[in-house]
Each structure stands twice: as structure tokens, then as C-alpha cells.
Design a binder for this molecule. Structure first.
Ligand SMILES: Cc1cc2nc3c(=O)[nH]c(=O)nc-3n(C[C@H](O)[C@H](O)[C@H](O)COP(=O)(O)O)c2cc1C
Length: 200
């Protein structure tokens, strides 16, 4: 990406896929897709939490989530979200702004099927974000279900799905110790992407 003619920049999706691939294959990170998802709270206050990017399927970035969670409620009310990545090994930050919407049933099934048995059982017994009167009761429900259900028997519940984010802005930053960071912004315009360098 460095020192190239700005008019000959690749698509931001290609840059992102390249950086993400490098991060996923060259580091020992257990959760290479971990990134911060920011949404607009129903009270107008920004809200952020980590999620795991699971699938890159042009033009979407896709992750799984319970559909009655706070993030799901917020996204349904306001589709504007941001995804932020920091990859320390390569000293790269990526900021993405985009529009989030629910994945179709097929994609949700694939996302759910990709989860470990433990995680699928948690999706069955837990209502993410709801008040929890007793930790012991939840733990017992989890244990019982885990023992009762064989791996193949765990189907995706209706209240679990996924979200796909369609970006309209990417910022790629190469963090430098000197703070002379290299920053490129891609903004979606009619008919393509406009790229601009911005100051550190
Ligand atoms: C590394 C990491 C990855 C996570 N991945 C997900 C994810 O993909 N989906 C999800 O719903 N929660 C994920 N979580 C949990 C969320 O951070 C959060 O606690 C949960 O989604 C509830 O958020 P909400 O109340 O805003 O909906 C992850 C947490 C961490 C630390």
C-alpha cells in the first residue's frame, strides 16, 4: 500500500482481506476476528463491545449474535455501526463504518453450525443481556443440556442469528512508533470508491 500512486489504489475490500489474512495466518492470535463493534444506543449514547468477525463475503463483513441482545436491538433501531480492528503484530488499525442488517436464515445456520458445542449450548440456555437471578441455576441448566444433547441435535434457536455489515467508509492506518502514521481513507461514492490520504 505504501508509496503508490493514489489513483491506482486497490479496492478497500482487497486491502482489508489482505491485511486480515496476514493477521489471521501470521500471528498466534486465538481470536483473529476480534474487533470492536460500535452501535448507536437507543438512548443515543454510543455503545461498544468486542465481537468476532467470522465471514468476509463481498460486500459484507459478517458476525454471529443472539437476536434479542442489546446490540441486536440497537442495530434494528439504527443500522449505522462501526467496526474497529487493532492488529499489534503488524501495527495496523482498521476503522470501518457501515450499515448492518440481519443475515438470511441460511447464513445464520452456517454461523451457528460453526460454533463449538459449548457455545451452541450457551445460546440455548442463555438470554444474552437479560437479568440473571441465579448463576447456579444457569450453570445447572447448561450442564444438563450439555449432557442431554448430542452434538448434531443442537439446532439454531430462532433468537440466534447474524449481522452483515456493508461498509461505506474504511480507514487503514499503519501505526508508526514516531507517530508519523500512514492513513488512507476510502469513501464510497456513486460508481466507486474515493481514496484520500489524511494526516497522522
Ligand atoms: C474476543 C471477544 C469476541 C466476542 N465475540 C462475540 C460475537 O461474535 N458475538 C457476540 O454476540 N458476542 C461476542 N462477544 C461478547 C460481546 O463482547 C458482548 O459481551 C455480548 O455480545 C453482549 O453485548 P450486547 O449486550 O451489547 O449485545 C465477544 C467478546 C469478546 C471479548
Amino acid at each position: 500500500m505504501k508509496d503508490t500512486d493514489p489513483r491506482e489504489q486497490p479496492s478497500p475490500f482487497i486491502v482489508f482481506a489482505h491485511w486480515f489474512h496476514e493477521h489471521s495466518t501470521r500471528t498466534s492470535s486465538k481470536y483473529p476476528g476480534a474487533c470492536v463493534l460500535s452501535s448507536v444506543g437507543t438512548d443515543g449514547v454510543p455503545n461498544a463491545r468486542f465481537i468476532s468477525l467470522k465471514v468476509l463475503e463481498y460486500p459484507y463483513l459478517i458476525f454471529g449474535s443472539p437476536l434479542r441482545s442489546r446490540k441486536a436491538i440497537e442495530i434494528k433501531e439504527n443500522h449505522n455501526v462501526a467496526l474497529t480492528f487493532w492488529w499489534e503484530d503488524s501495527m495496523r488499525q482498521v476503522r470501518i463504518q457501515g450499515i448492518a442488517s440481519e443475515t438470511d436464515e441460511n447464513t445464520s445456520d452456517l454461523l451457528f453450525g460453526d460454533r463449538k458445542k459449548e457455545a451452541r449450548v450457551v445460546s440455548l440456555v442463555s438470554e444474552q443481556g437479560a437479568a440473571l437471578p441465579s448463576w447456579e441455576i444457569l450453570r445447572e441448566r447448561y450442564r444438563t443440556m450439555f449432557e442431554e444433547l448430542s452434538d448434531e441435535k443442537i439446532e439454531r434457536p430462532d433468537h440466534w442469528g447474524g449481522f452483515k455489515v456493508e461498509p461505506f467508509r474504511f480507514e487503514f492506518m499503519e501505526f508508526r512508533e514516531t507517530r508519523l502514521h500512514y492513513r488512507q481513507v476510502f469513501s464510497k461514492k456513486e460508481g466507486g470508491w474515493e481514496m484520500n490520504l489524511i494526516q497522522p
